[in-house]
Design a protein. Structure first.
Lengths: 227, 107
């Protein structure tokens, strides 16, 4: 397909993530200020942690007065799944793919950026660090601006726009479904089926975070079965 | 700024960076070639996307038709547009628009 995907290609590919992140970050900004944080503090959480579910959890931990180390260990445990994304992505890229700038672009390897990058490689796009910068920066900028606008706007900003709010809220499930379709193959079906089923079971019986961790682990373990 | 909050943000952020960047910098995927670890890593991507889709769609599922219908129409729109265009961006945007329009029609 592309000879060398450029920064601009990555930015274009980030569009659905940009539109999906903004309302989520916006609602995080609102929740943070409602919890008593200043807009600057809300922005700092998005700037440094840059992981949606963890940030909402951080709000709960901070407002409940949890000790710093307990809060940090909880957040670290929640983000542990990200350790699997780099190897999965680089395995799909060519063996000689450059990584000398990974210290900068890989910070932006969120769930959605990882999914979009992996989907692009599965559709035949070549790996390039410029593309990863474009994809990552689009998503990061959306996350930071959404947080800032939400923190400044305060509660009730989208109350008069339920359909718009619903459409924006459906952006991430729609993106994951489209990504799933883009990597769907007969070889991956057992992995996908097991991951999905375990996620449902563990979410219902343990917690949403437990569902994500166990679903991912069960799917990856299914890949060990030789066929 | 609250110093505890800043410490939590910086420490959790450093850990997030390490989890995301170090496996790429160290190319840990190369350590895995040929064996069980390679099959495990290869299955991680599809497993992660399947898991994240289920985790994202689960909270939207409801026995109430008024809440379920926008999820169904949005999902069908994603499926139809992906089959027609093979474009992730087009399918995602179409799904969100159809979902929002369905909510608007049901108001």
């Amino acid at each position: 397909m592309d000879a060398h995907p450029r920064f601009r290609d990555g930015l274009v590919a980030s569009l659905p993530i940009v539109m999906g992140y903004f309302p989520i970050a916006f609602s995080f900004g609102i929740a943070a200020t409602q919890a008593g944080l200043t807009p600057v503090e809300a922005f700092a959480l998005s700037l440094f942690i840059y992981a949606g579910a963890s940030q909402f959890l951080a709000l709960a931990l901070i407002t409940s007065g949890a000790p710093v180390l307990v809060a940090v260990f909880t957040l670290v445990a929640m983000n542990l799944r990200h350790v699997l994304y780099g190897p999965a992505l680089m395995r799909a890229a060519s063996p000689e793919a450059g990584t000398h700038l990974a210290w900068a672009w890989a910070f932006g390897l969120t769930d959605e950026v990882f999914g979009q990058a992996l989907g692009a490689l599965a559709r035949g796009r070549r790996f390039s660090q410029s593309y990863m910068f474009g994809l990552g920066l689009g998503a990061y900028a959306s996350w930071l601006s959404g947080t800032a606008v939400g923190a400044v706007a305060g509660a009730g900003a989208l109350e008069g726009w339920p359909a718009t709010s619903a459409a924006l809220g459906f952006m991430l499930p729609a993106l994951f479904l489209a990504l799933l379709l883009s990597i769907l193959s007969r070889r991956h079906l057992p992995v996908i089926a097991v991951a999905g089923a375990v996620t449902v079971l563990a979410t219902l019986t343990i917690s949403p975070t437990g569902g994500i961790l166990l679903g991912m682990l069960a799917g990856a373990l299914t890949g060990l079965v030789r066929r | 700024m609250n110093p505890d909050l800043l410490a939590i943000a910086l420490l959790a952020g450093a850990a997030t960076w390490a989890f995301r960047a170090l496996p790429v910098i160290w190319r840990t995927d190369r350590l895995a070639s040929g064996g069980w670890l390679e099959r495990f890593v290869a299955a991680t991507g599809p497993a992660a996307i399947a898991t994240l889709f289920v985790a994202a769609i689960l909270p939207a599922l409801s026995p109430e038709l008024g809440q379920l219908l926008p999820v169904i129409t949005g999902t069908v729109a994603v499926l139809a547009l992906f089959v027609a265009t093979r474009s992730v961006v087009t399918a995602t945007l179409a799904g969100a628009v159809v979902h929002g329009v369905t909510v608007w029609l049901l108001l």
